[in-house]
Design a protein around this ligand. Structure first.
Ligand SMILES: [Zn+2]
Length: 162
């Protein structure tokens, strides 16, 4: 665990890597989630979209940590109000699109993987098994279906760990 963290950080500050990240962002118009997926596909190195955003911000390429906001700026939109509203939702903030959300629900049989609640009993949400703040990504294997109650319970217990 500790070893992989060190590896991640050293690669992270390696300059050519910054070049890749800025090129993907500026030239290929990829979102940070897409950049993270591309890097993982090509190098098997996992860098969270959040970490990429930090890098881009450090390079002065983005102004905010919100993808939607930065895309709006890139496209020259004047009003971001509707985007700001939508990114309040956890799922969009973490960049899980509707298709991925559906795929995860489908894989888990449309029920909470911990207690078996279905949408009839509780609202279902997508949970990051390794939290985003700890570098967890939107990888298929890092996501699972939880009901609202189990997810709240998990968040409270993690809050206590910190
Ligand atoms: Zn549950």
């Amino acid at each position: 665990m500790q070893k992989s963290k060190i590896k991640k950080i050293s690669i992270f500050y390696h300059l050519p890597f910054n070049d890749f990240i800025s090129r993907f962002y500026l030239m290929d118009n990829l979102s940070t989630i897409e950049i993270s997926e591309k890097i993982f596909r090509e190098t098997k190195i996992s860098i969270s979209p959040r970490a990429i955003q930090k890098r881009l911000k450090g390079l002065g390429l983005i102004r905010s940590f919100s993808d939607a906001f930065n895309i709006a700026i890139k496209k020259g939109r004047k009003s971001y109000a509707h985007l700001r509203k939508s990114i309040k939702s956890c799922e969009l903030r973490r960049g899980i699109n509707l298709r991925l959300r559906y795929e995860i629900f489908k894989r888990d049989g449309f029920k909470c993987v911990l207690c078996g609640n279905t949408p009839k009993e509780s609202r279902l949400v997508i949970d990051h098994i390794i939290p985003v703040v700890d570098g967890g990504t939107n990888d298929f294997l890092n996501l699972r279906t939880l009901c609202f109650d189990c997810n709240q319970g998990k968040m409270i217990s993690e809050e206590r760990k910190r």
